[in-house]
Design a binder for this molecule. Structure first.
Ligand code: MEV
Length: 351
């Protein structure tokens, strides 16, 4: 059997604006993971996938258009083009679906790692990230690429979606369409790496840099218990941006400025400043229209119990929020979140 895992993720700041070319910071959640195991199947049985938690079991032949089937088919074509392998994959995950913790990217990453391992192929984190991005596109339409990146690299990342260099060589009619893509419109003068810092990798259409953490930080993660598919708020933000581009571009610029200050506060270990910035980001997310009464209630409860700052994390309308806490207030904030209706409270230390 070949077994592989992948972590969940948290967006610390910058969600939604990151789809439109502004920076965001994401953290891996190593304590909650998706797993995939691959066993050889009888000759001629083809490829089968089982996801017991989803109540799903299917073969590639039966469901070739399923995004995970397509991912496995792409991988087989890449790693083992000459043969038609027979194997069974079982997918499990600790990460609640549609919770803002990157369940889809984690499952796809574990799947890619396990299948590649089974086929004897060694893929770099960048290759895995690129393959998973393809399946994220199938689920979400216009993902920025931050989820697959933080999950595949499993480290804190500063991420900026940039114009795809390959597009510059594309046909004029394609260029016209691409100029209406969120990350391109109004961003013609921005170049990869423009935000500064020393890049450790430029992944085709994104600048990805490590994030320095000056002092360990404890985050509590409050799950609203409301499940919300990423594509719904992302689609709504796109409609609003198309209807009021100037207003939304200004909101995204404001988010980008907060994210740059978060990076500096992380590097200097200034927790008080970081808390204030998380609050500022939450106010902007409310204006963008992706918070919810449940998330607002949890954010208010965390602040009321002494959190240094709190905001929703991920696409919003449901899923999780995060609260930055110090050791003295941690248990009080946890209790307040549960009292305010959190379905569960997780904890992660960013170090
Ligand atoms: C989802 O984790 C983060 C969003 O910004 C969408 C994306 O970046 O693809 C809401």
């Amino acid at each position: 059997m070949t077994l592989a895992t992948a972590p969940g993720k948290l967006i610390l700041c910058g969600e939604h604006a990151v789809v439109y070319g502004r920076p965001a910071i994401a953290l891996p959640l190593s304590g909650v993971r998706a797993r995939a195991s691959v066993d050889p199947g009888p000759p001629g049985s083809g490829i089968r996938l089982h996801a017991p938690a989803l109540g799903r079991s299917w073969s590639l032949a039966e469901a070739p258009d399923d995004p995970f089937s397509e991912l496995v088919a792409a991988l087989v074509a890449r790693c083992s083009p000459a043969c038609a392998p027979d194997f069974e994959v079982v997918i499990t995950s600790d990460i609640p679906i549609a919770s803002g913790m990157g369940s889809g990217a984690a499952i796809a990453t574990a799947l890619v790692r396990a299948v590649a391992g089974h086929l004897g192929a060694e893929l770099s984190a960048a290759e895995i990230s690129a393959l998973v991005y393809g399946s994220e596109r199938r689920f979400h339409g216009t993902p920025s690429g931050i989820d697959n990146t933080v999950v595949a690299f499993e480290r804190a990342v500063w991420f900026v979606r940039t114009k795809n260099r390959e597009r510059e060589n594309s046909e004029p009619e394609n260029r016209e369409r691409e100029n209406s893509e969120p990350e391109n419109r109004g961003r013609e003068n921005r170049e990869p790496g423009e935000q500064g810092g020393s890049g450790f990798s430029l992944l085709g259409s994104a600048t990805v840099e490590p994030v320095a953490i000056g002092a360990p930080l404890t985050l509590l993660i409050g799950d609203s218990g409301v499940r919300s598919e990423t594509r719904l708020p992302v689609g709504e933000v796109r409609r609003r941006w198309a209807a009021e581009p100037a207003r939304y571009e200004a909101l995204f610029d404001a988010v980008g400025a907060v994210v740059a200050r978060v990076r500096a506060a992380l590097a200097s270990g200034d927790r008080a400043e970081l808390g204030r910035l998380l609050d500022e980001n939450q106010a902007l997310l409310q204006e963008i229209g992706v918070s919810s009464p449940e998330l607002d209630r949890l954010v208010a409860a965390a602040r009321g119990a002494g959190a240094l700052g709190a905001k929703l994390s991920g696409a919003g309308w449901g899923g999780v929020m995060i609260a930055l806490v110090d050791d003295e207030r941690r248990e009080a904030v946890r209790a307040a979140l549960l009292e305010a209706g959190a379905a569960r409270v997780l904890e992660t230390v960013v170090a």
